[in-house]
Design a protein around this ligand. Sequence first.
Ligand code: AMP
Length: 415
Amino acid sequence: MKLKIVKGTRDLYGADIKKFQFIEDKCRKIFNLYGYSEIRTPVLENTELFARGVGEDTDIVGKEMYSLQDRRGRSLTLRPEGTASVVRHVITNTLMNQNKSVKYFYIGPMFRYEQPQKGRYRQFYQIGVEYFGVPTPDADLEMMLMLQQLFNEINLKSVSFQINTIGCQNENCRPQFKKNLVTYLKERSNTLCTDCQRRMENNPLRVLDCKNPTCKEITKSAPKIHEEVCEDCKTDFSELKSLLDAHEVIYDVNEKLVRGLDYYSKTVFEVYSENLGAQSAAGGGGRYDGLFEIYGAPTVPAVGFALGLDRLVLLMDEGTPTENNVFVVGKDRKAVCKLVDECRQAGYSTIYDPFLSSMKSQFRQANKTNSRVVLVLGEDEIANGNVSVKDMKNSEQNIIPVQSLKTSLFEVFGF
Ligand code: AMP
């Protein structure tokens, strides 16, 4: 049998996994600052959850889901996105009966059957945030402030947002806009691409973000949704814009931004960084006040976003992160193991060469592993209860009594 990894999936290890952990740690810290707690939902859900929530007409449900039948013939799906599961959790645990608002974030793998390429995988990782119960635009603002803080902390340059409003389900809002759009498109339907001819019937808003040059040209003069939504949606959108201005968040209104998923309403946004190419967003989100109703639950206002972790990692600076660890060098196994244990107990990440190779080889390994401090236990040191401490940054070396080691490491590391 020839062992091979499944197409579009990959093992994460080495420098990559360090970058994943770095971003995840920042997210956990920042989301906590804003009052969000972590939720881990199952990777496997009933297919119906996504078919209904994400929408039958989307690429995700139509072409990209990994669905399977279990032994009892039930249709299950590897989750292609995170929102539907969090909403299922809130509904089945009747959380909105007990709380006026609920805040969750999640980090984990998602699965979509897409053509793999750089930055696009069949198993990829998303970080997402969901805020339930608050209808006012300060909740939308909070999404963007968190993203801005995160991007700053992971050193992505010049964060900017594209925003739009796609209105609500009131008769005189999105439904009316859709009718106007379809009338406009029908007059030009023979020049639309074949996908858009189908979309025009099933999901006309998606024609607006088609990448085909002819469709782009046609939609340039199409009706603009943010100009045609109802008065309530217009007021919310201008309130959001003035909040963003007050917080000095940089954004552009993009009238063609509709986002791929069916469940959005009112605000939609995508987030970009200067480090990204012109087209690809690091993530996006929006308001989805209508999703609970789709599942037969009472309406709950909700807003959220999802970021592609794999893409953020691609954007981060190359280079091995420095490791603040200790390498213990010596030939006496008992003494080496004892000292390694003391360092680890004191809170320093510590390694040694279990093969106790030549001293020269052990020093080479200390260099290779980027160790900040090398502790040397030669025969003389052991005989006198000492240890030699070498700071690899400035090559300073001191022989000190083992009892003073903690103080000495504290001086180097500051913790
Ligand atoms: P979406 O749920 O489609 O709005 O995706 C949100 C973010 O997830 C995107 O902006 C991407 O950064 C990321 N993403 C979506 N699909 C993939 C994929 N197949 N591989 C890697 N990242 C992805």
